[in-house]
Design a protein around this ligand. Structure first.
Ligand code: GLU
Length: 446
């Protein structure tokens, strides 16, 4: 069987970490099975959906490497939804209701006071033609509800195992609003049927929804996809995502300088039995993916962990992969520079700082008590730096000045780089060159 899955964002905002995780789960599953990945734009809400957001979503997915094989917009498919609605009406499964929002609110309040569940009382189902005509004469427009069977909808979820939703505990869902617009439920089912979606992979906030949608599927066709509901993202403290993290967009993460592969590595691994670590490619992530590895516990998203994964990824990133990026930043140095500093940065843009240290004029940073030592070190430094220089030079300094460890190395590092920490000094000294190094050891700007 060829698997076909879809990611179905609403273009009412940019992609954030939560929906990217859903997109990623779909993509990984499809690519691992050699199937088809469809991007469905859920833009039935014509007022809130915008072209700019749709383009933004496509840009974000492209940037992340989540390529799709086909895409379509729900807003182009209203005739299919109308046809499905008509079929349901003919089968007595879609009925007109005339309550206003306030009336429904009042009903729910009353039910609560009476200790009853706030389930719609199905008044619409027993309206006579005269009663309907009277409502219409008042200027009321009907909204349309799907008649649930009252039975227990069951499915075997790829993540959650055997699932059941008792539809007698649910209100008959509204499929069409009073203004004639479609809510999400029906278009989604119609599209999943027509696109022959084999797997619906989405967050577990849709579990109850799936109970009702399964009944709509059954009312319209023989086709029923397999469902996978993945646990939701929570913050690092295990509590719900904070508003800030919940709305953390790809645009923002991109601007912060995070690598798409780091984002996919983290989002692909949290909440699974695999370790959370940088993965070398989407290919590898895909090969490692399995729904069997996804637990029932929520997946913890931690921004600091994302930064860590990003820096780990850079440690192993070859020059070729960042060449363009470095060039666009006007960073001096080439492969040997990158190989030297990549273990000391958490974002590619941090390379700019090291480029300045190595290739731009900078004053040597020397503490008063190290002045004489640094001056002596400058005099002892040969004019030509080779790969052996650092070892030989510091061995001599160690003996001559009776310094070792931190007291030997830290003043040299500070004078040459201005920092207490950083890349391996032997190689750095080579890139710096003797002239610059000597000047900085004397406290000069070079
Ligand atoms: N547009 C829906 C959402 O973003 C799609 C849900 C689904 O995957 O069926 O929640």
């Amino acid at each position: 069987m060829t698997v076909i899955a879809r990611f179905a964002p609403s273009p009412t905002g940019r992609l954030h970490v939560g929906n990217v995780r859903t997109a990623l789960m779909n993509w990984l599953f499809v690519r691992e099975r050699g199937g088809k990945f469809i991007l469905r734009i859920d833009d039935t809400d014509l007022e809130r959906s915008t072209n700019a957001y749709e383009e933004g979503i496509k840009e974000d997915l492209g940037w992340l490497g989540l390529n799709w094989d086909e895409s379509f917009n729900q807003s182009h498919r209203f005739p299919s939804y109308e046809a499905a609605a008509n079929k349901l009406r003919e089968d007595g499964l879609l009925y007109a209701c005339y309550e206003t929002g306030e009336e429904l609110d009042r009903q729910r309040k009353l039910q609560r006071v009476q200790g009853k569940p706030p389930v719609y009382n199905r008044a619409g189902l027993s309206l006579t033609d005269d009663e309907k005509a009277a409502f219409e004469a008042e200027g009321r427009k009907p909204h349309w509800r799907f008649k649930l069977s009252g039975e227990v909808a069951k499915w075997n979820d790829m993540v959650r195992g055997e699932q059941s939703v008792d539809t007698s505990s649910l209100s008959d869902p509204v499929l069409i609003r009073g203004d004639g617009s479609f809510l999400y439920t029906l278009p989604s089912v119609v599209d999943d049927i027509e696109a022959k979606i084999t797997h619906v992979i989405r967050g577990e906030d849709h579990v109850t929804n799936s109970g009702a949608q399964i009944e709509v599927f059954k009312a319209l066709s023989e086709h029923l996809p397999t469902f996978a509901h993945t646990p939701l993202l929570v913050g690092k403290d295990g509590k719900g995502l904070s508003k800030r993290i919940g709305s953390l967009s790809m645009k923002e993460l991109k601007e912060q300088g995070l690598e798409p592969l780091a984002i996919c590595s983290l989002l692909g691994k949290i909440g699974t039995s695999d370790p959370i670590e940088a993965r070398p490619s989407m290919e590898v992530l895909k090969d490692e993916f399995s729904f069997d590895k996804i637990g029932r516990a929520p997946a913890r998203f931690d921004e600091d962990e994302l930064l860590l994964v990003n820096s780990r990824l850079l440690h192993d990133t070859p020059y070729e992969a960042v060449k363009e990026h470095l060039e666009s930043m006007n960073v001096g140095g080439a492969e040997e520079f990158w190989n030297l500093i990549r273990s000391n940065i958490s974002k590619v843009k941090d390379a700019a700082g090291w480029s300045t240290v190595i290739y731009s004029p900078m004053p040597g940073r020397i503490e008063a008590e190290d002045k004489a030592f640094c001056e002596a070190a400058a005099n002892a430094l040969p004019d030509v730096i080779t790969p052996e220089t650092w070892g030989q030079w510091t061995s001599t300094l160690k003996v001559d000045h009776a310094r070792k460890g931190k007291t030997l190395f830290l003043p040299l590092r500070r004078a040459l780089t201005g920092s207490d920490r950083g890349p391996e000094m032997g190689k750095l000294l080579e890139l710096l060159g003797a002239e610059k190094a000597k000047a900085r050891l004397l406290g000069e700007t070079a």
